[in-house]
Design a protein around this ligand. Structure first.
Ligand SMILES: [Zn+2]
Length: 369
């Protein structure tokens, strides 16, 4: 099947088979179908621009890697309400649907911009993720990247926050558990703390959650001593500004790997936000696109080691479309075990020294070196 821009005009799951590795991306876009058409209050980017850039990145990766002949396209189905209710209250869901239908343009606070089609787009995005996870758990996909908007990781069970209306990754985890998975690990490398995902699973021993994020920015939570009741299972890594490839490499080896090895999940989900890029306009971290690839590759390797390679990356934030495109390319290369290098994108900043912080977090959760 030929992949062309027109295919991105539909809510799709794109599956790619690369010599045994299969990749899927759920793209929700405009042109005659529901779309979450809003401008973020920051006025720095629009979801449309970001999705266009992801579409370009996917095209480029597929073309460069010669994947086109192996491409299959699977339409995302609208999520059934019962799956949303595994995380969010019925009241929350109904208020969101009604607000959209009435043409309300913000939900609960000015951050959460909506258009009339936002609710349907969210349901399709979640449906695409759930379909992808089901195919993966059924052995029909080996791994996946779902490029969807709106993002989800700030959305708590009873409130929408930070551009996030429904928590995509949490719903995917809850659905996998309801479908028979014993344990799920969620790794969140968006620049902001995944407060919504943490809230969803604080009391659920079947889910491990790790968020690495910039300390001191929105939403203000995610200090490493938080979530004491879930010590060893809910892990926060609050990083100083300018933390980049070197720091994230240490976090992956010294904190992420021990958590995943000890928890032994059957499925790994990743909140993949590309706003940890060094020139993201609303954050101050220091990852390069090569760093995103290395981190993603490490997560894929851990999934190979611990859960038969079952890993789904789900798009969260990222406010400079080019960074999202490069980051998405890095993830696709990591999933397909392809070489990835983007030497022109190195961070101009030095990593601050986070050795003590990493040691403290390791000790707090009793992770072995
Ligand atoms: Zn973010």
């Amino acid at each position: 099947m030929i992949l062309s821009k027109q295919h991105y005009a539909l809510p799709l799951v794109v599956g790619v088979d690369v010599g045994g590795t299969k990749i899927a991306a759920a793209l929700v876009d405009a042109d005659g179908v529901p779309l979450h058409r809003v401008r973020y209050p920051t006025e720095l980017s629009s979801p449309q621009a970001t999705l266009d850039s992801i579409a370009r990145a996917v095209d480029q990766v597929i073309e460069e890697a010669g994947l086109l002949p192996m491409l299959v396209l699977i339409k995302a189905k609208r999520a059934e309400q019962r799956w949303i209710e595994t995380v969010h209250s019925v009241d929350q869901l109904q208020r969101l649907e009604k607000s959209c239908l009435l043409g309300v343009t913000e939900f609960d606070c000015p951050d959460n911009q909506m258009c009339r089609d936002t609710f349907e787009t969210s349901m399709l995005a979640i449906g695409g993720i759930l379909e992808t996870a089901k195919l993966l758990m059924g052995g029909k996909l080996d791994n996946a990247f779902c490029a969807v908007r709106p993002p989800g990781h700030h959305a708590e069970p009873h409130r929408a926050m930070g551009f996030c209306l429904l928590n995509n990754v949490a719903i995917a985890a809850a659905a996998a558990l309801a479908d028979g998975a014993r344990q799920v690990a969620i790794i969140d490398y968006d620049a902001h703390h995944g407060n919504g995902t943490q809230a969803a699973f604080l009391d659920d021993p079947r889910v491990a959650f790790l968020s690495m994020h910039q300390w001191g920015i929105y939403p203000g939570t995610g200090w490493y001593e938080e979530a004491a009741e879930a010590r060893g299972r809910v892990v926060n890594v609050p990083l100083p500004a300018r933390s980049g490839d070197r720091t994230y490499g240490c976090v992956a080896e010294e904190i992420v790997a021990p958590l995943v090895r000890r928890f032994r999940p059957e499925l790994m989900l990743v909140s993949a936000g590309f706003d940890a890029h060094w020139n993201d306009p609303i954050t101050s971290l220091g990852l390069s696109s090569t760093g995103f690839h290395s981190l993603s590759r490490r997560l894929v390797e851990l999934a190979d080691e611990q859960c038969g390679g079952r890993i789904v990356f789900i798009l969260e934030g990222g406010y400079e479309p080019l960074n999202v495109a490069r980051g998405a390319m890095g993830v696709f290369a990591a999933l397909a075990d392809r070489v990835f290098d983007d030497p022109g994108d190195a961070s101009p900043h030095e990593d601050p020294d986070s050795a003590q912080l990493i040691d403290k977090i390791r000790n707090l959760h009793s992770f072995q070196k």
